[in-house]
Design a protein around this ligand. Structure first.
Ligand SMILES: [Zn+2]
Length: 719
């Protein structure tokens, strides 16, 4: 249970994925070499007789979401900071439920009580060379009334508590390699206060490494080079982070309630005592670059290693000292550390296959008003729900059940979605067709997407049919243009590592996922300034991107819910998998290992590709004639097993909750993604025997996935 990456759009981090994958030597980032499938004809997974009607339904529904309604929802839901566990967050629950009931959806709430202490006081002093208390609150900004309202203290979620003081040491990004560099310079953070800049890794990893190296506290600041004035004008003149802006965020490295690892936090579930939860023990406090300046400017000491200088207007030094600081953090864990959280569901029950579920969801909690993160995702789901409900009333009842979910406490560690997935795992394993995620879905104009390779072709097809909100053709055409890809290849999509609510579905249960959104230049991530004013002036000024994200969601859920045979693309899946093998072979070759059976893995993936091709051909010809209900049902059931077969019940060796063996977030970084983690982690640990066993195991699981495809094909050819 390490290294998930809360609230980072998987598609928002393409560049960092590429960098990190180079370090590992495995080609983790989505390659651009994807062959461009021609627009499918007429529509994979649909009988010729139903494809046209489906196409008309989708072409209509992607245009239906309303920018005006999206603006109204955004204003209402971002009116106040709504941190999980607060009364304000209970109000967003009620708002969403009321909207979904008004649409005519059947609604449901699932509540869990989870360990989630709220900070009650956070203070920071510079005590030397001169004494000064640093004011942590993000001050009100002229022309932004939301910025004056109550705000959550500037502290990282699950920070340790207590009062500590010590010399200050600058640790760059606080990466494993930064501490190695400090070691080589003879500088230790032991007994001292580390100050790190945001970026390059998940903050939970920064916290873990600071604690491992003996720091008594960690300050994490937003360097202007990262998302401040170096990048653009700052709020309120521009969209970037101003001198006082702070990035809050969790430093918990697991997924779900830390008190109930691997099982749901229902009423009578046993809970771990606080001292056995895998949580930070030291205070971890995020600060603005104004406050960071007050500490960094007077640090002295060793020459700075190359690349450690940031964007503040003075020469950085590592220290230690002469600057000293004192930090005091307290929270409510002694009296009310456990709090109720609420997931909401709006349901359209399927006519033919009510037990087969297509789920689209967004987290509803935030660190501040959260207009981008994640009111925009919530609004996208609400608008998708509204137009689908309208279509249902007009007689277009879906074959499968569609679920519109909003998750609580994502920001603390994907808690609401994880508890739900653990709670409902049997039903989901059996019946979930796909999970579609919306996180920070509309704070700019640049389209991005990520997900399981089995669903990428579907998303590309829907994007081709969705009008670009600026009237420049389709979302797909703009996507390609912004990715600077010539039209013979597809724009890159990122792999599902971690970082948002799809993790429970994907990493834990092996359910195919996909995630998309529009992004832009932004420096208000996890700040009080991520509010309606910021969104209306910079993010999505006319709310058309909110509406378009929702339109894509509506078309996606209807396609998946109505398909005769669910249109997973296991040819693209297998071809994507093949591209990870050469990097593994290079790693193994460079170590001189001879026993590692990479040819077996290569052959297993090739068998999967061949079977996927014959399945697709059989499916297309089977759909040309009437198919019996039981045949379709059996084929779909077998198809749902394909990616489930690529999970392992015992999970990854060091992280049993992570069962999916295809992708996971790198546990030494948290943002970077790792393909074939069971194999790549064994290689990184330099364990030849283990790598050989893991390669064999993975090849066997690919063969199990291939058998599921064969079964699906046989179901369609059975007399
Ligand atoms: Zn988020």
């Amino acid at each position: 249970m390490h290294a998930v990456t809360h609230t980072r759009r998987p598609w928002g981090a393409v560049r960092s994925l590429i960098i990190a994958s180079c370090v590992l030597g495995a080609g983790t980032a989505e390659s651009r070499a994807q062959s461009a499938a021609p627009p499918p004809s007429p529509m994979p997974g649909f009988a010729a007789s139903t494809a046209d009607a489906q196409r008309r339904l989708e072409d209509d529904i992607v245009r239906r979401p309303s920018a005006d309604i999206a603006r109204r929802h955004s204003r209402a839901l971002s009116a106040e900071a709504h941190v999980a566990g607060t009364p304000a967050q209970a109000r967003t629950r009620d708002y969403v439920l009321e909207q979904m009931r008004a649409m005519g959806l059947k609604t449901e709430v699932r509540s869990y009580s989870v360990f989630m202490p709220h900070a009650t006081s956070v203070r920071l002093w510079r005590t030397a060379p001169t004494e000064k208390e640093l004011l942590l609150r993000e001050p009100a900004v002229a022309s932004d009334s939301t910025s004056e309202k109550w705000q959550y203290p500037t502290v990282n979620g699950y920070s340790g508590v207590g009062e500590v003081s010590g010399e200050v040491v600058y640790v760059n990004y606080g990466l494993i390699e930064d501490y190695a560099r400090l070691d080589s310079l003879g500088i230790s953070v032991e007994g001292r206060i580390a100050i790190a800049r945001y970026g390059r890794s998940f903050r939970g990893i920064k916290s873990r490494e600071a604690e491992r190296h003996g720091a008594v506290a960690l300050l994490i600041y937003s360097d202007p080079q990262n998302d401040g004035y170096v990048r653009g004008d700052v709020y309120p003149e521009g969209p970037m982070r101003n001198w006082d802006g702070v990035q809050r965020g969790s430093v918990f490295n697991g997924a779900g309630d830390p008190a109930t690892p691997g099982y749901p936090s229902t009423a009578n579930a046993p809970r771990l005592p606080v001292d056995r939860m895998e949580l930070p023990h030291i205070p971890v406090v995020p600060i603005s670059y104004a406050n960071a300046s007050a500490l960094l400017a007077e640090l002295r000491g060793r020459d700075l290693p190359a690349g450690w200088q940031g964007g503040l207007p003075f020469r950085y030094h590592i220290g230690p000292g002469p600057v000293r600081a004192r930090i005091a953090v307290s929270d409510d864990r002694a009296t009310q550390g456990t709090k109720q959280i609420y997931d909401t569901f709006g349901v359209v029950v399927g006519t033919e296959l009510p037990d087969e579920l297509v789920i689209i969801g967004a987290h509803r909690d935030a660190w501040g008003p959260g207009a981008s993160d994640n009111v925009s995702g919530t609004v996208s789901v609400l608008e998708a729900a509204r137009v689908v409900a309208e279509a249902v009333r007009a007689g277009h009842r879906p074959k499968r059940t569609i679920v519109f979910a909003t998750w609580d406490a994502e920001e603390w560690g994907l808690i609401g979605s994880t508890e739900y997935v653990e709670d409902d795992s049997l039903r989901l394993r059996r019946g979930a067709v796909a999970y579609l995620n919306q996180d920070a879905a509309a704070d700019g104009a640049r389209f991005g997407a990520g997900g399981s390779p089995s669903l990428r072709a579907l998303l590309r097809d829907v994007a081709r049919r969705t009008p670009d909100p600026r009237g420049r053709g389709s979302v797909f055409a703009e996507w390609q243009r912004s990715a600077a890809i010539v039209d013979t290849t597809s724009p890159p999509m990122t792999d599902p590592g971690g970082g948002s609510d799809f993790a429970g579905f994907y990493n834990h249960l092996g359910i195919p996922i996909v995630d998309w959104g529009f992004s832009g230049e932004s420096g208000t991530y996890h700040s009080q300034y991520d509010d309606f004013e910021w969104m209306s002036r910079f993010g999505d000024t006319s709310f058309v991107y909110h509406a378009t994200a929702g339109g894509i969601g509506a078309a996606m859920v209807l396609r998946l819910a109505n398909a005769d045979i669910v249109p997973y693309d296991y040819v693209e899946f297998a071809r994507t998998m093949q591209r990870y093998v050469p990097a593994i072979e290079r790693q193994i070759g460079s170590r001189g290992w001879t026993a590692a059976p990479t040819p077996a893995l290569r052959a297993a993936i090739a068998r999967m590709e061949r079977e996927a091709m014959s399945f697709a051909a059989t499916r297309d010809s089977a759909l040309a004639r009437p198919l019996l209900g039981p045949q379709r049902r059996a084929a779909n059931a077998a198809l749902r097993e394909v990616e489930r077969a690529l999970t392992r019940p015992t999970g990854l060796r060091m992280r049993p909750w992570y069962r999916n063996l295809i992708y996971v977030a790198d546990e030494d970084n948290g943002y970077a993604n790792m393909p074939f983690p069971s194999v790549n982690e064994a290689i990184r640990d330099d364990d030849e025997g283990l790598a050989a066993r893991e390669l064999t195991d993975l090849a066997r699981r690919f063969d199990a996935a291939t058998r599921a495809l064969t079964q699906a094909r046989m179901a369609l050819t059975a007399p």
